[in-house]
Design a protein around this ligand. Sequence first.
Ligand SMILES: [Zn+2]
Length: 333
Amino acid sequence: MVNYKELGLVNTRDMFARAIKGGYAIPAFNFNNMEQLQAIIKAAVETKSPVILQVSKGARNYANQTLLRYMAEGAVEYAKELGCEKPEIVLHLDHGDSFELCKSCVDMGFSSVMIDGSHLPYEENVALTKKVVEYAHQYDVTVEGELGVLAGVEDEVSAEHHTYTNPEEVIDFATRTGCDSLAISIGTSHGAYKFKPEQCHVDPATGRLVPPPLAFEVLDAVMEKLPGFPIVLHGSSSVPQEYVDMINQYGGKLEAAIGIPEDELRKAAKSAVCKINIDSDSRLAMTAAVRKVFAEKPAEFDPRKYLGPARDEMEKLYKHKILNVLGSNDKLA
Ligand SMILES: [Zn+2]
């Protein structure tokens, strides 16, 4: 058993309280490899932002859970080496799907876990979330629950259609489970294909597809029921068209990839939404940069020569999100 405090990590409680009060959101970036982690930490340190490092079940399977834990521990030391005296870094399990998985993460040093029982019947979701909360809170680990189902595919999480969160259920859910934050469904979606072209309209100025707006009325109703309670948005990549274009220009084949417009995320960040999950955008940045090197320098075979530029591109993306979308810069305690 390792407690996250020994690793220099923090849970989400205090940073969420400050984020709600301050009208900004904390970035939750997924990581699977060293370059991604370096880019996240550099961006967070340089912008003086708290940050949530997310590990999905897929990342655990890909990179090994023990190695990821030590990488997060290393990330704290790396942030200090970069000049951040008191980094605020959370190690969070994204989409935990069982009590056992959440327990194993708590036991190995995670400071926050998500238990996603959103696919279960309501009473089963309540019971499972409550069980995880009771275990995690013994070690001061914070817990994110989920109500409502997001559409899209991300790692092993997938659903054909989304179901908006029912605002009538949120008080009951939060009170009975004791969860620290709640992921809700208001029309965001996992992956790089968040909307079908027929759901969108064409912007006459750019010729680009514009997706339908998020259901802010659902968010407003949730905030009315649970004033000041931390809300989480999953599936909030904006799928920057310049990366999609770059990937396609250099031999890729992404068709009609569509994300959440950054204006909508900016608006959400000012509300009780205090954690915004971004994964696909960093995948796109990395892939675009790697494809560019391969296309322009076909003789290159030193991985540092293509993973290096990929790391730079991801860092640029993370900084942009922190500074221009979430507003979490200069918010260290
Ligand atoms: Zn998610």
